[in-house]
Design a protein around this ligand. Structure first.
Ligand SMILES: CC(C)(COP(=O)(O)OP(=O)(O)OC[C@H]1O[C@@H](n2cnc3c(N)ncnc32)[C@H](O)[C@@H]1OP(=O)(O)O)[C@@H](O)C(=O)NCCC(=O)NCCS
Ligand SMILES: CC(=O)OP(=O)(O)O
Length: 326
């Protein structure tokens, strides 16, 4: 087990939070729930059919039969009134476990939510974006992965943060700079080393021309204006970001090249493909998509996740809930 995951589990156990798992119909979710309870990582609530689900000491709630259904529907209708949501529509939405679970977090009946093992990212994240909204001082929610590899020469002992791999499809230069700032904060909240952000493209320091490197260069300039204290460079190719000999050749002046621990992808196409390549070819553990910039902890999973991935994301969600409660 990676040092990162060990630390997350230990921290989660020290101040147990209540995490809701809306996908009670998913066998990996049930397997993960049993492991979370055995290891004492969090208190859990599973949404689903109480007649079908039996995990010791875990409350199982059927949203449609819950005595909170009407209260949540009323609150959801109030929150979404400006969007034209009627109380009838709100009642219907509360039949959906992801919406119901997100309302549990909103109302303080759970500290965080983990879902996405059998729902798409869009369907998992839309309720969080609509109900919980951005954290104070933040204008953009984005999604990152913590990637734990056995390549100890990269990142912090093989662990890196990749963003955005789940949410923002084609971020503008300004949005990229916001994702960089949020990623640095996420890194600092979990890791020991200082963040070093590589803003990736197919070009290093203008070695190739195109819209993408230009967007990345602009994002780097905006980032330098907004957060001059952050160590960041771009445009950088992946090899220049990670490999010291290549960095020396391609970006000798850069303080980030060759030792980056945050890989910022230019768009979701690159980010999503990139994390899956590292996960599948290098056998990395991939925890995420984890949300940053959201008001309360909600995290997604890939439909390709394992039960152990879910356990890891539950531990991370608990740690985020502890941090947000401070
Ligand atoms: C998540 C996603 C569905 C949200 O966009 P959408 O469908 O257009 O949703 P909506 O327009 O209904 O947005 C819902 C709310 O979230 C807000 N929102 C959307 N993206 C946001 C972001 N990145 N940060 C903050 N708020 C955001 C909108 O402003 C809107 O608020 P409002 O309804 O109160 O006005 C969309 O960004 C998406 O599909 N992303 C890609 C996800 C994906 O497929 N990933 C690949 C696999 S990981
Ligand atoms: C993060 C991600 O790619 O999710 P999924 O595999 O479910 O599409």
């Amino acid at each position: 087990m990676s040092d990162f995951l060990n630390r997350m589990k230990s921290a989660a156990k020290a101040d147990k939070k209540t995490i809701v798992l809306p996908e009670g119909e998913d066998p990996r979710t049930i397997e993960a729930a049993k492991k979370v309870m055995e290891e004492g990582i969090a208190n859990l609530i599973i949404l689903g059919d109480p007649a079908q689900i039996d995990v010791e000491d875990v409350q199982v709630i059927d949203p449609k039969a819950s005595d909170k259904h009407e209260e949540y529907a009323q609150k959801f209708a109030e929150l979404r009134a400006k969007k034209g949501v009627t109380i009838e529509q709100a009642r219907q939405q509360m039949d959906d476990a992801t919406y119901f679970g997100t309302m549990m977090v909103k109302m303080g009946d759970a500290d965080g939510l983990v879902s996405g093992a059998c729902h798409s990212t869009a369907n998992t994240l839309r309720p969080a974006l609509q109900i919980l909204k951005t954290a104070p001082g933040t204008k953009l929610v984005s999604a990152f992965f913590i990637m734990c590899t056995d390549k100890s020469e990269f990142g912090e002992d093989g662990t890196l943060l990749f963003a955005d791999c789940g949410l923002n499809i084609d971020p503008t230069a300004d949005e990229l700079s916001e994702i960089a700032i949020a990623s640095a904060a996420s890194w600092k909240s979990f890791m020991h080393d200082e963040p070093k952000i590589a803003m990736l493209s197919f070009s290093t320091m203008g070695s190739a021309k195109g819209e993408v490197p230009e967007k990345v260069q602009q994002a780097k300039e905006l980032l330098s204006e907004k957060a001059p204290e952050l160590a960041a460079d771009g445009d950088l190719q992946l090899d220049a970001a990670l490999v010291p000999t290549v960095a020396k050749l391609k970006a000798p002046e850069s303080k980030v090249a060759g030792s980056a621990n945050i890989l910022l992808f230019p768009d979701l196409e690159a980010g999503n493909i990139g994390y899956k390549l590292v996960q599948r070819f290098a056998g990395a553990d991939a925890y995420g998509p984890l949300l940053q910039g959201i008001a309360k902890p909600v995290n997604d999973l890939s439909r390709g996740c394992s039960a152990d991935d879910i356990v890891g994301v539950v531990a991370i969600t608990s740690v985020q809930a502890q941090q947000m409660a401070k």
